[in-house]
Design a protein around this ligand. Structure first.
Ligand code: ATR
Length: 277
């Protein structure tokens, strides 16, 4: 059995480490490689992998929308998110799935003490925010504030994705004030602020308490400035590495048929590979 992760560039991808770990732990005879596919050749290269007998591929930047467009069938989550991170090949057909919403929620849920918050603040309105907004609504969050540097992008995303929750767009500055003035049960950063080499999020979270959960989906660095501020306030904090690990689980099962877990051994292996610890 053969699977791969496809992107452009691809050298940074941790997917070979994650799937390689599970191939080893399950003893399944399979291979998992990283393939750099140029956007101009994406569709042809994917069809060539189908012909070569691959079980499927994980899809990363910049191909997630193209992956959705090229598939023969699409699951509901991928359709709602508007992107696919997992293509499964069955009998010559390509099915587009998206496991990012699942990975996000699996990573976050253990920190919520079995209770879904009624309200959440989401920072950022890019591709990652789309999966987070879908997951939050599926989990039953009713009231979402969506803050973005470019307000019009938050407005457009709110209009597109609000189904079961109210999504209120907000400017970035107003979101910083909100975090200082009002206790929020859940705050999630989906923006690229705080990533290595980018501006950190420096707000003090003055109104947040031990009742607040703060999740940064950034995982390099693991401990962002946002999470550091949250810890100073006594909030529960969740870093982003678990989302990366959990989104891979349904893909592994689809490609190789094995049931696998995200455990400390896998997490430590990826942390070491990325130089995060
Ligand atoms: P991804 O797929 O990782 O979500 P993306 O679609 O490029 O990437 O979105 C990046 C997000 O980070 C956007 O919400 C972007 O805000 P804009 O829509 O205003 O561009 C946000 N972002 C990036 N750099 C930022 C910065 N310096 N300050 C605030 N937000 C930033």
């Amino acid at each position: 059995m053969k699977a791969a992760v496809v992107g452009h560039p691809i050298a940074h991808s941790q997917s070979p480490t994650i799937h390689g770990h599970w191939l080893e732990s399950t003893g399944i005879a399979g291979t998992y490689e990283a393939l750099d596919l140029h956007p101009d050749a994406f569709a042809d290269e994917i069809r060539a992998l189908v012909e070569r007998g691959f079980q499927g591929v994980n899809v990363t930047v910049p191909h997630k929308e193209a992956a959705l467009a090229l598939a023969d069938t699409t699951d509901e989550t991928a359709r709602r998110i508007g992107a696919s991170n997992t293509l499964v090949f069955t009998q010559g057909k390509i099915q587009a799935r998206n496991t990012d919403a699942y990975g996000f929620w699996e990573n976050l849920a253990p920190s919520l003490n079995g209770q879904t918050p009624k309200r959440a603040l989401v920072l950022g309105a890019g591709g990652a925010a789309r999966a987070v907004l879908v997951a939050l609504q599926d989990a039953g969050v009713q009231d979402i504030v969506l803050a973005n540097r470019t307000l019009s992008r938050a407005q457009a995303l709110a209009d597109e994705l609000a189904v079961s929750a109210r999504i209120e767009p907000l400017s970035w500055d107003d979101a910083e004030s909100l975090m200082d003035q009002q206790m929020l049960p859940l705050i999630i950063n989906t923006s690229s602020r705080g990533m290595k080499g980018e501006n950190p999020i420096t707000c003090t979270l003055a109104a947040q308490t031990s009742q607040t959960v703060v999740n940064d989906i950034v995982y390099n660095p693991l401990q962002t400035a946002l999470l550091q501020s949250a810890e100073v306030r006594g909030c529960r904090t969740v870093d982003g590495l678990g989302m990366l690990l959990h989104q891979a689980r349904p893909a592994f099962q689809a490609f190789f048929g094995g049931r696998v877990v995200v455990d400390a051994g896998l997490r430590h292996k990826v942390e070491r590979r990325m130089g995060l610890v």
